[in-house]
Design a protein around this ligand. Sequence first.
Ligand code: PLP
Length: 426
Amino acid sequence: MTRNQQLFDRAKQIIPGGVNSPVRAFGSVGGTPRFIRRAAGAFVWDEDGTRYTDYVGSWGPAIVGHAHPEVIEAVREAAAGGLSFGAPTEAEIVIAEEIAKIVPGVERLRLVSSGTEATMSAIRLARGYTGRDKIVKFEGCYHGHSDSLLVKAGSGLLTFGHPSSAGVPADFTAHTAVLPYNDTAALEAYFAAQGAQTACVIWEPIAGNMNLVKPSAEFVQTLRRLTAEHGAVLIYDEVMTGFRAALGGAQSLHGITPDLTTMGKVIGGGMPLAAFGGKREIMECISPLGGVYQAGTLSGNPVAVAAGLKTLQIIQREGFYENLADLCARLTQGLTQAAAEAGVPFCADFVGGMFGLYFAEQIPQSYADMTASNTDAFKTFFHGMLARGVAFGPSAYEACFMSAAHTPELIDDTVAAAKSVFARMA
Ligand SMILES: *Cc1c(COP(=O)(O)O)cnc(C)c1O
C-alpha cells in the first residue's frame, strides 16, 4: 500500500469521505487522492515523495506559484505580530484601497474569509437594498455552498429552482431562478415576466466551475442592460476570475461596471481571505451603517491580509499577465496539436491565467454542451497524466490554473507527457 492509500483509509475513519471538500476525494475520476506534503513554485509533492507539475494551484489562489518566498516572508512577519485581534488594523485599509484601485466596480469593500461568505453576503445585501426576494443564477455556475445558491433548474424557464442538496428546504430555493448560461432569449423572457421582483443576478462572468465557459458579448451586454432597466443588482462573482482572467477580473475584459463584485481565491494568496464590494450606495446598506447584517470573527485576519497584499503586489509587476497568457497559449496549443495528431477529439481554451481542456469537438458554450463532453476520456487522460507527474483537477468540470512559476520548458514537458497519453487513448 502506498502512503497516499494508507492516509486515505485513515482519513475516512475520522473525516467524512476522507476529505474536507468533496472534489478532493477523486470521486468522479476514481483512484486515490494524493495527500500533499509540500509545494513550491509550480510543483506539489505527495506523501509518497512523488513530484507533480501542478495545474490546480489550490483551485486558483497559487497564481504567483506555491510558497513564494516574498509571500511566505510577509506571512511570517504578520504572524509574529499576533494572529487575530477582533479589532480593525491598518493593513485591512491598505488591501481594501489596493483592491478598489484594481477592480473597476469597487467603491466600498468588506473583507470576509471565504468565497461562500462573500456571495451569501452580497445576495443578502442585494435583497436588503432592493427590498425584493427573487434572485437569478445560471446553470453550471457555482457560487459557494450557501442554501439559496444550491439550486438546480426548475422544469420550465420561468419556474423557480429546486434544492440540489439534501438539507436545503425547498422554501429556501423557491426564490432562486436558474437560467441557461449564454442564452440571451431566456434572459429576456425571464426579465419580461419577473424583472420587477428580482433583487439580483449573480453570475460567473467567465464560468470556471463547469470547466471554462466564456459568455458571448451579446449575453454580457444584455445582462447589464436588463438588470439596469429593472433595478436589479448585477453581481459579478469573480471569486475565481478576479485577478486571474485579468488583473481587473472579467469585468475589466467585458468593459462592464457591475453593481457588486465578489472576490476570493487569488486575493488571499492561499490564505482564507475573500471580499465583496461595489457601489457605495449599495454597500452602505450593511451594518453598522445600514440594516443588512453581516459580520465575522476572523474577517480581515491580519495574516491572511498580509499574504493577500503581497500577492497583489507581485501580480501588478510588469508583464505578469502577458506571461501567464503566453504560458496558457503554449500549453493549450501544444495539447490541441498533440490530440489532433493522435486523432483524439479534444479542444482547449484559455483566458489570462486560467484554461479549460475539453474532450469534445467544439468548445462548450453552456452547461448542456459541457455535460455532453466525454468524461470517460477525461478520466483516462487525468490518470495518464498523473502517472506521468502532471496534476490537473480531478474532474472534467473544473477549470485549470497556470502560475508565474511555470516555465515554457515545463509546459513542453507536460505536452510531451500528453502525447504519450493521447497515443494510448487513440
Ligand atoms: C470557489 C468559488 C466560490 C466559493 O469560494 P469558497 O472560498 O470555496 O467558499 C464562489 N464562487 C466562485 C465563482 C468560485 O469559483
